[in-house]
Design a protein around this ligand. Structure first.
Ligand SMILES: *[C@@H]1O[C@H](CO)[C@@H](O)[C@H](O)[C@H]1NC(C)=O
Ligand SMILES: *[C@@H]1O[C@H](CO)[C@@H](O)[C@H](O)[C@H]1NC(C)=O
Ligand SMILES: *[C@@H]1O[C@H](CO)[C@@H](O)[C@H](O)[C@H]1NC(C)=O
Ligand SMILES: *[C@@H]1O[C@H](CO)[C@@H](O)[C@H](O)[C@H]1NC(C)=O
Ligand SMILES: *[C@@H]1O[C@H](CO)[C@@H](O)[C@H](O)[C@H]1NC(C)=O
Length: 547
């Protein structure tokens, strides 16, 4: 090996060793060697036991030249794998150098690319595992791909790209895959009044605290008439944007375990909210202010609780009086009215019962305590949900990072623990049923056409009727009535509402706003030569197996 050069300069030999350990392989052809990194073309990848999401690098921005993404996906044995392709936009004439293939033990699906063969929206495999292989040559544009998978227990799987307005039914239930939180795309609204129908369904479900990003899960949705304004708030690490009037909005059906635990039965007594320390402030005029723990209730205006010391061992403790089911927490900082800029950026939770020890609240998939993303300014209220819920009498909020000083106002959400009622447990925590043998037949199945359902059948009739009626009324109204605006609103409103279902499975309509500049990957097109030295390859794209 004479030298290895990347676009960014020399590559260390130790780096290559590291890649080799991760599964990179040397391939040789005609005296030239190249290093093959089978993961470089992968972007957002979240894979869990029962479901997951995969996308090409930079998605929905342009994927890199000469790159490969190869991932083996699997669901528990004895189940079948269902794949949904949410978007596929690969620039290639004949799928020669750029394509996506799906390889299962029995057969291979694809190659799929831009325009050679229709891309299936759904593939039901005969086995429980498959390998996703994406490869690119030189190209100028193309978003690449985004797909979701789940086991055959969830035939109603959707991808992270599905929006509320892709559905017209008043009520429906779908299965969200793991990994939708960090997929680009907007949501508007909040759990209580619902989400603008243009919002991504699964991302909204994570925002609402209905499913956890790490797991995905079943969502139950109902559609309602839209409202004039949608809130933009941060919850569960997702921010929703403010949104304007829409025809429709959707709301998640919940089990109702979301009451304010501080308001429900009157405020808890002072002795039930305590802290490791509190700040006794004396201002320049000699006035004293107590930032004591009883100031911590979100519903009580004024000062917040602030600790006297700044360390990650300070805590605020709440005694709920009896064991409660705690499903969420809303927090804010010192408030936007006061001249302070105190807030808690991240925190962890501990809980215990009467005589037990403090236990950390852990993440679903890890054994480490879960760090919650708190506030990013002193005034806004941020919600975090506990999936699974905490069932405890005492809880402690332990700030880990903060701005200027630890200060907190909060509200716990939850409900009473009803005796002998375990149905509060979210469906995703129930073990999947054993009867997994769905009547899908014994062979792989691909579905290219949009799956016909009442959602799509109703549309043509509806569109005709709606257009006929409202355009008629609209024109008539414009001619006769000065209140043109009002009727125009109906015309456009109606058109908008019914236009959407047609675009349900089309990847061309893309209303995502994102910044694809955020994490530009390291350019790693390497130039290298082998021992023989005579076959120098001027600019070899390292990830492409043949120079
Ligand atoms: C791929 O390479 C071609 C030719 O060098 C270049 O024009 C194009 O912009 C590159 N595409 C990407 C996505 O980097
Ligand atoms: C709790 O959930 C119910 C049912 O979905 C909803 O109507 C209510 O507004 C929610 N309340 C809060 C405080 O989130
Ligand atoms: C805060 O800490 C200082 C110094 O450690 C101490 O003198 C003061 O009494 C503390 N204030 C309260 C209210 O505990
Ligand atoms: C915890 O203590 C309270 C009173 O202090 C009592 O009413 C309750 O039954 C106890 N709970 C358990 C689980 O021991
Ligand atoms: C259990 O909780 C559910 C709400 O999830 C409720 O509909 C049901 O009536 C409860 N059953 C009992 C026995 O309390």
């Amino acid at each position: 090996l004479l030298s290895v050069v990347s676009m960014n300069g020399q590559v260390k030999i130790s780096e290559i060793h590291h890649w080799m350990e991760q599964g990179a392989t040397w391939t040789s052809s005609a005296g030239r060697s190249s290093l093959f990194l089978p993961w470089d073309g992968c972007g957002h990848v979240v894979m869990y036991q029962d479901s997951g999401t995969l996308a090409s690098r930079n998605y929905p921005g342009t994927y890199p030249n000469y790159t490969v993404c190869e991932k083996k996906i699997q669901v528990p044995q004895g189940k079948r794998l269902i794949l949904k392709i949410g978007d596929l936009d690969i620039e290639s004439q004949k799928c020669e150098t750029s394509y996506l293939t799906i390889l299962s033990s029995s057969m291979s699906h694809g190659p799929y690319c831009g325009n050679v063969m229709p891309v299936p929206k759904e593939i039901i495999l005969d086995s429980n595992e498959a390998t996703i292989h994406f490869e690119s040559g030189s190209h100028v544009s193309g978003r690449g791909f985004l797909l979701s998978y789940a086991s055959s227990d969830h035939p109603d799987l959707i991808t992270c790209l599905e929006r509320g307005n892709h559905h017209t039914k008043a009520e429906y239930s779908r299965y969200c895959p793991a990994g939708c939180r960090d997929v680009a795309g907007d949501i508007s609204g909040n759990i209580i009044e619902g989400y603008r129908d243009t919002s991504l369904l699964c991302k909204s479900a994570i925002h609402a605290g209905v499913v956890a990003d790490e797991l995905g899960g079943q969502i139950s949705v109902s559609q309602h008439k839209g409202i004039s304004r949608y809130e933009g708030v941060v919850a569960n690490g997702v921010s929703s944007q403010e949104g304007s009037l829409s025809d429709k909005r959707f709301v998640f059906t919940s089990n109702g375990c979301n009451k304010s635990l501080s308001l429900e039965e009157g405020f808890l007594s002072k002795s039930q909210i305590t802290a490791s320390s509190y700040w006794e402030e004396t201002n320049e005029f000699g006035q004293q202010f107590l930032w004591s723990p009883d100031k911590a209730w979100l519903q009580v205006p004024g000062l917040a609780w602030a600790s006297n010391h700044s360390s990650n061992r300070e805590w605020l403790e709440i005694d709920l009086g009896e064991k409660k089911r705690i499903t969420g927490i809303r927090t804010t900082g010192s408030g936007s009215m006061l001249n302070f800029d105190f807030y808690v950026k991240t925190f962890i939770m501990n809980y215990r019962n009467n005589n037990s020890k403090w236990r950390p609240y852990k993440g679903i998939l890890s054994n480490e305590e879960k760090v919650f993303q708190g506030n990013s300014n002193a005034g806004d209220i941020v919600r975090n949900n506990f999936i699974p819920p905490i069932v405890a009498r005492y809880v402690r909020v332990i700030p880990q990072t903060w701005n200027q000083r630890i200060a907190l106002k909060l509200e716990l959400l939850g409900c009473r623990v009803t005796q002998g009622n375990s149905s509060f447990t979210h469906s995703m925590w129930q073990k999947p049923s054993q009867s997994t043998e769905t009547s899908l037949g014994k062979e792989d199945k691909t579905v290219t056409e949009p799956i016909p359902s009442e959602e799509t059948i109703i549309v043509p009739v509806f569109i005709a009727l709606c257009l006929f009626l409202f355009s008629g009324i609209g024109i008539y109204a414009v001619l006769r009535n000065p209140e043109v605006f009002y009727f125009y609103f109906f015309v456009t409103g109606c058109w908008k509402q019914i236009k959407q279902p047609f675009t349900r499975h089309q990847s061309t309509e893309f209303t995502i706003s994102y910044s694809n500049e955020k994490e530009t990957p390291q350019k790693l097109d390497l130039v290298m030569s082998d021992m023989a030295g005579n076959n120098f390859c001027p600019l070899m794209h390292l990830f492409y197996p043949v120079c």
